[in-house]
Design a binder for this molecule. Structure first.
Ligand SMILES: Cc1ncc(C[n+]2csc(CCOP(=O)(O)OP(=O)(O)O)c2C)c(N)n1
Ligand SMILES: [Mg+2]
Length: 626
């Protein structure tokens, strides 16, 4: 066996640089680079390996470890999970800063490779700087916090272990059903330790991404159930897009007439103006989708994990006889809601189903109803896009301005606050990859970092990042990385002086917006929504902050100024921030849906007690689908 003397880190970097994936005959390099922030826990190990042969894996310098994992998630999602980034950190705080990013990736089923540094395997200089000491357990480090948020976890105690750990890493990252964060905790001494690495380990390796098909009997049974249904409904999730099944879905919708609702991750499965498109479904859904869901007798979920936002906390599907068919590459998701599970790739499975449904269509009246609802919904979108709200514009007008300024293949990115719900309802999506709202973890701070990852994956597209002031304050540091790497983002910073989303939720729970405004403390209070003369707003200038980080800033006082600013931004080559203030109270309503958020069962405030009564009543509509 030919061997080459390498450190564990050098072997791993060479291995990663030589991994390829192939789907449908198209081959790609799997790793697009390695993000990192160096410290004593990785500078001489993984850092040295990246330094030694910089052509192997491009090193990207991030400002914050959580943010770099978000960027890696954005990248993987944009690449339909066929491309990933690695992330290296020091030990201790650098490592644990990645835990939130790991959870986001795993919840969203997005592949990322995390390489947190770890304390000495030899334990010679223990306790080292930043080492957690657990008095009753010697083999624990802070990196054990990654275990529940990783789809694969290993700690490399000896250099030779990298061989099997790397192969397991690839198995999980490329597995469409299993994928998520893979964490290889890498003790700082082991990273730098040499071993005789088999040459074969670092040679080119191609991983085939299969399109597994479900059991034939199950597909036949599903086709029979669809033929017997009078009001079937498709719920398209992220799996439709990852599997590149959007064309097949459109053909199936056209031939059968089955209307389609979309989850957050599945938005873009059909273009917004397709006659079968009901748009967003669930808590942040359209009346078109939610009304259809209420009467559906068969729900065909495709590539969805059925979150509470999609099922409206299990109140969306109200037909007493409703049953589910679940097309999913993961049997875990296919089995949900007592559904008939079609465990397989979305595209392949829809092709099979299409063959078995040839010549069959739903009633014309049901087909026409979907087309009518599509038109009625778009009229509602138009209304909200052009409210003319004064003196400050409504957020829906901002979304309208960005939508009309953007090209069909541009990408809108968002994650937390009130905008994801508004975007889900109102964004006119024209391209399957044009809508990128992270709503599995809905993590404040994903927006700019995730947008950076999207731009890295698709530099030919304009990337519009919509970010609220709260999310901006939490994590905006990757603006600097976007400047450094010349990766232009168009960031629309929507300021409403705090949390309009949670403020609205708080009011609906009888809590008067408590703790959701950015105001001075006055007489013990930070301001409530019902205050007639609330404490003054904080003198925070986020636009100036963005400017100081190197972005071009355009301040927009009105929707007209925003439209002009968006045109101006198109000409700019570096990251632009368009700052606009909106009315915190001019929100988009909810459309025939409900979300289960508990409120205190006993309370002093009348407002809370009466909400609790309504809550108890509303909860009786919650069902188990068995
Ligand atoms: C990291 C994180 N912390 C807390 C939350 C809970 N949360 C959801 S939205 C929100 C407020 C977001 O504020 P902002 O970005 O200004 O958006 P707005 O609600 O004003 O639209 C909070 C605190 C979250 N989703 N993520
Ligand atoms: Mg806000």
């Amino acid at each position: 066996m030919t061997t080459v003397r390498l450190t564990a880190a050098q072997a791993l970097v060479r291995f990663l640089a030589n991994q390829y994936v192939e789907r449908d005959g198209v081959e790609h390099r799997f790793f697009g680079g390695c993000f990192g922030i160096f410290g004593h826990g990785n500078v001489g190990g993984v850092g040295e390996a990246l330094f030694e042969q910089p052509e192997l894996l491009t090193y990207y310098q991030a400002r914050n470890e959580q943010a770099m994992v978000h960027a890696a998630s954005g990248y993987a999602r944009m690449r339909n999970r066929l491309g990933v980034l690695a992330c290296t950190t020091s030990i201790g705080p650098g490592a644990t800063n990645m835990v939130t990013g790991a959870a986001l990736a795993t919840v969203n089923r997005l592949p990322v490779l995390l390489l947190p540094g770890d304390v000495f395997a030899s334990r010679r200089p223990d306790p080292v700087l930043q080492q957690l000491e657990v008095p009753w357990q010697g083999d624990v480090s802070v990196n054990d916090a990654f275990r529940p948020v990783s789809r694969y976890f290993d700690r490399i105690w000896r250099p030779e272990q990298i061989l099997s750990a790397a192969m397991q890493t690839m198995r999980v990252l490329v597995n469409q059903a299993e994928t998520g964060a893979v964490t290889l905790a890498f003790p700082q001494d082991v990273q730098a330790e040499a071993f005789d690495c088999p040459a074969a380990f670092v040679e080119k390796r191609v991983w085939r991404i299969p399109r597994p098909l479900p059991d034939r009997g199950a597909v036949a049974e599903a086709a029979a159930r669809i033929r017997a249904a009078r009001k079937p409904l498709i719920v398209a999730g992220g799996g439709v897009i990852y599997s590149e099944a959007t064309d097949v879905l459109r053909r199936l919708a056209e031939s059968t007439g089955i209307p389609v609702g979309e989850t957050q991750a599945g938005k873009g499965s059909l273009p917004y103006d397709h006659s079968s498109a009901l748009g967003a479904i669930g808590v942040t859904g359209t009346f078109a989708a939610n009304r259809t869901a209420a009467g559906a007798d068969l729900v065909i979920g495709i590539g969805t994990r059925w979150s509470d936002f999609t099922t409206a906390s299990k109140t969306a599907f109200r037909n007493p006889d409703v049953r589910f068919v679940n097309v999913n590459v993961a049997d875990f998701d296919a089995a949900k809601h007592g559904g008939l599970g079609l465990v397989g790739d979305a595209r392949g499975t829809l092709e099979r189903l299409g063959e078995l449904l040839q010549g069959w269509s739903i009633d014309d009246s049901y087909r026409q109803e979907a087309a009518r609802l599509n038109g009625e919904w778009d009229a509602e979108v138009e209304r909200l896009y052009s409210l003319g709200h004064e003196p400050l514009p409504a957020q829906s007008e901002v979304l309208g301005a960005v939508n009309s300024a953007s090209e069909p293949t541009d990408v809108v990115v968002c994650a937390a606050g009130s905008m994801p719900g508004d975007l889900h309802k109102l964004w006119r999506t024209r391209d399957p990859k044009g809508y990128h709202v992270e709503y599995g973890y809905s993590c404040m701070g994903y927006e700019i970092a995730g947008g950076l990852g999207v731009k890295m994956a698709a530099p030919e597209r304009e990337v519009y990042v919509l970010v609220g002031d709260g999310s901006y304050l939490m994590l905006s540091s990757e603006i600097v990385t976007s400047i450094q790497e010349n990766l232009k983002l168009t960031i629309v910073l929507v300021d409403n002086h705090g949390f309009s989303s949670i403020g609205g939720l708080s009011r609906s729970l009888g809590l008067d917006g408590f703790g959701t405004q950015y105001r001075y403390r006055r007489n013990g209070s930070l301001g409530l929504d019902s205050d007639e003369s609330p404490p003054p707003l904080l003198p925070v200038d986020l636009a100036a902050n963005a400017e100081s980080l190197g972005a071009r800033v355009i301040r927009c006082g009105t929707i007209e100024e925003l439209r002009a600013g968006l045109d101006e931004a198109k000409k700019e080559t570096r990251t632009v921030v368009l700052a606009v203030e909106v009315d915190r109270y001019a929100g988009v309503p909810s459309y025939e849906s409900w979300w289960d958020v508990p409120i205190a069962e006993v309370a002093e405030a009348d407002s809370v007690r009466s909400v609790r009564k309504e809550y108890d009543a509303a909860r009786t509509a919650e069902r188990s689908y068995l």
